[in-house]
Design a protein around this ligand. Structure first.
Ligand SMILES: [Zn+2]
Length: 185
């Protein structure tokens, strides 16, 4: 496994840009913005974005959605020779799925310091007991992906604060009403 952060090809950048568009779709429905694509012989055969909350599915990570669509498209759960592009370093589950699918090359954008299972927390592709080797490229459009994720969490914290302030305002106005009642009585 070798990370390549400086020599991203134009092709890799182009496909990662498409994955970023999918990540935006996730953000639009309030999901953590992660997008993924499966590319085989230069063709996109599967795409997906994170939808764990909306689909009530803990497995609905972008990579899994893209792998499922690709496998349906070619009628084979093995995606030998295909590449997977994803905007965030995959988690343990997705690394497992990538190996099951026999993906040839994984290209990801931003690192996931808390749950990344490729380089950050675990280096699962380096384990010798797997009988499949995946080539890994990281850092393609990493800054753009990180910025999108940071912005998403910032907006979510802000929305949470606004909601909390609204709740506090309701509580305060209720207590004012209660006091005025007391005064009348
Ligand atoms: Zn995952």
């Amino acid at each position: 496994m070798q990370a390549n952060t400086n020599n991203a090809s134009v092709t890799d950048q182009g496909f990662m840009a498409q994955a970023m568009h999918l990540a935006v779709q996730a953000a639009d429905i309030g999901e953590v913005p992660v997008g993924a694509l499966v590319v085989c012989n230069g063709q996109v055969i599967g795409q997906g974005y994170n939808q764990t909350i909306s689909a009530h599915d803990p497995c609905a990570h972008a990579e899994i959605m893209a792998l499922r669509q690709a496998a349906q498209a070619i009628g084979n759960y093995r995606l030998s020779g295909c590449d997977l592009y994803v905007t965030l370093e995959p988690c343990t589950m997705c690394v497992g799925a990538i190996i099951h699918a026999r993906i040839k090359r994984l290209i990801y954008a931003a690192t996931e310091p808390k749950a990344g299972a490729v380089a950050s927390q675990l280096q699962l592709f380096s384990k010798p007991h797997y009988n499949h080797t995946v080539q890994v490229e990281s850092g393609v459009m990493a800054d753009e992906s990180s910025a999108m994720l940071s912005n998403f969490f910032k907006q979510r914290r802000l929305a949470h604060k606004v909601n909390q302030a609204k709740k506090d305002a309701v509580v305060n106005s209720t207590s004012i009403i209660d006091q005025s009642k007391d005064a009348v009585i």
